[in-house]
Design a protein around this ligand. Structure first.
Ligand code: B12
Ligand code: SF4
Length: 460
């Protein structure tokens, strides 16, 4: 997801302002020179007094640890972020160079660290002391309106539209977090639980601060990173009204629930201000699974909602979960068929994950034949990782046919107008490079032949 800035790290860097003389914000995905560890080390040794690293994703831990372990021992190393919080002990063990781990939301904590408060008095941190790891109590969650929004002037790079690492056009992306937490309680979801397992009660920023942030961003496309942008429809409408009033012209997309279909006036306003896509959590076509997940709706409600949603020129990506506790192969494979029936434009299927604080953990542990790995992956005696992976590919290939790709392109160009004519030309111009990069990727993963066969010959 190269085109999104590291929102959490940017919040923390911004709140560090005024507590240090100078901040250098590095996004190593975009640092041409400094992504080379040797060059990074020499930069750090000559410029930096304290290193703060954000680890948000369950990705490339080995590379990250290898790099952190090369950091100079005389410069304090502070690590934070979703994954660092969840895996405090593991991170300390893997990286002797880490001095402090900030658990949970880090804006206030980083200020106290930089101000030099005694570590024992700083809430929300774990730190090394005399060969031991000390865990201080959690920090109460801050009021969202008290937090400064990310200072974009700290960025050293832009976030352009790219496909598989190939830059498509100059249009840039940004994220705006208008609220933290979510008022719903879906059982598989830890979105609204911060990594400490605390429920982040839905806390929304003031409409004016959100719209100011949007207006100040230079990006043309904004992702609302809220768990559910439409959690309070009236507020979402107020944001749209303010965007219209201030004549802000940008393209937006957001995550939402199907409940939004009950608010046609909001949908109309969203279309008017430039909402081009909604990422909607559907999760499953099966009533018993939706009930198990405590999703709060059933198959009929989903069908009804999409009959309404389809009338609006918005691109819908449906999120689905497969490999649920008790789900069989036939039920999993039905996802692709169901997605076509309800009319979503694209799908993203994720295996059920049982993260550390998942409310489904107990059920998964006590269901005979089911197992959860340390990384939170659920599998069963009947459905191993490999089998689930194969099923996922069958769902994907049965949904993503060549005609589906044509429909996606058509909808984005002519219906939602997500891409302009100029951007389309640039996309066409760059497409050979994208295709080559995709071929190289599939080849490197050793599945080129299989992918080509499945895409063009046998969509089973
Ligand atoms: C918006 C979002 C996205 C966006 C991308 C946003 C972006 N900027 O990159 C999109 C839709 C593209 C996306 C995609 C995915 N996402 Co997502 N996403 C989110 C979401 C809803 C919000 C993230 C956010 O902006 N949070 C707000 C910021 C302020 O919080 P934060 O990042 O935790 O940062 C705070 C602290 O962690 C700490 N902190 C962070 N960094 C640092 C650094 C230091 C030094 C310190 C001291 C503190 C600190 O302080 C910050 C401020 O309070 C979260 C759920 C959530 N509510 O957090 C999931 C979440 C992050 N996503 C998740 C996942 C799994 C994914 C996907 C892998 C899904 C998939 N299977 O495709 C992809 C992968 C993307 C990738 N990078 O490879 C998981 C990650 C957990 C994990 N297992 O790795 C989360 C937590 C949801 C969940 N519970 O399942 N996602
Ligand atoms: S799945 Fe969506 S609606 Fe349900 S709790 Fe998570 S963020 Fe909220």
């Amino acid at each position: 997801m190269m085109f999104f800035p590291p929102t959490g790290l940017e919040y923390v860097a911004t709140s560090a302002k005024g507590h240090v003389d100078e901040i250098t914000l590095l996004d190593l995905r975009y640092e041409k020179d400094l992504s080379d560890t040797d060059k990074l080390l020499s930069f750090i040794s000559s410029h930096i007094d304290i290193i703060c690293v954000g680890i948000a994703w369950e990705r490339q831990f080995e590379e990250i640890f290898r790099m952190l372990n090369r950091m100079p021992h005389n410069i304090p190393l502070v690590v934070g972020g979703y994954k660092a919080t969840e895996k405090v002990e593991e991170f300390f063990k893997a990286c002797p160079t880490i001095n402090i781990i900030v658990r949970g939301e880090g804006e206030e904590t980083i200020q106290e660290i930089l101000d030099g408060l005694p570590l024992k008095d700083i809430l929300g941190i774990s730190f090394r002391e005399a060969g031991r790891i000390i865990h201080n109590p959690n920090r109460p969650l801050p009021d969202v309106d008290s937090l400064a929004v990310p200072d974009r002037s700290l960025r050293r790079c832009e976030y352009p539209l790219s496909v598989n690492g190939v830059k498509v056009t100059n249009i840039t992306f940004d994220t705006v977090l208008s609220a933290r937490g979510c008022p719903f309680n879906c059982k598989f979801c830890t979105f609204s639980l911060n990594p400490l397992g605390q429920k982040r009660n839905y806390s929304a920023r003031s409409v004016s601060s959100v719209v100011n942030e949007i207006q100040d961003s230079k990006a043309k496309i904004i992702l609302f990173s809220d768990d559910d942008f439409c959690a309070v429809p009236k507020r979402a409408e107020e944001i749209c009204d303010a965007i219209i009033e201030r004549k802000i012209r940008k393209r937006f997309f957001a995550q939402a629930r199907i409940d939004i279909a009950r608010y046609p006036r909001l949908l109309e306003k969203m279309v008017k201000v430039g909402f081009k896509a909604l990422l909607v959590g559907i999760e499953s076509p099966h009533d018993w699974i939706l009930k198990q997940l405590n999703k709060g709706f059933n198959q009929e409600t989903i069908r009804k909602a999409f009959r309404v949603l389809r009338k609006y020129p918005i691109f819908y990506n449906g999120y689905f979960i497969y490999g649920n506790i008790g789900e069989n192969e036939k039920e999993m494979l039905y996802i692709a068929q169901f997605a076509k029936e309800i009319g979503v434009d694209s799908i993203a299927c994720n295996k059920l994950r049982i993260e550390k604080y998942s409310p489904l953990k107990e059920l998964a542990e006590k269901t005979p034949g089911y197992h959860v790995t340390e990384r939170g992956e659920l599998y069963s005696d009947t459905y191993s990782h490999a089998t689930l992976k194969k099923i996922a590919r069958r769902i994907k290939f049965s949904f993503y046919t060549p005609s589906r790709y044509t429909k996606i392109l058509w909808k984005n160009i002519f219906i939602t107008k997500f891409v302009t004519f100029r951007e389309l030309l640039s996309l066409l111009f760059i497409s050979p490079r994208i295709i080559i990069s995709l071929i190289i990727r599939e080849k490197q993963k050793g599945r080129l032949k299989d992918s080509l066969r499945r895409t063009f010959i046998k969509n089973a």
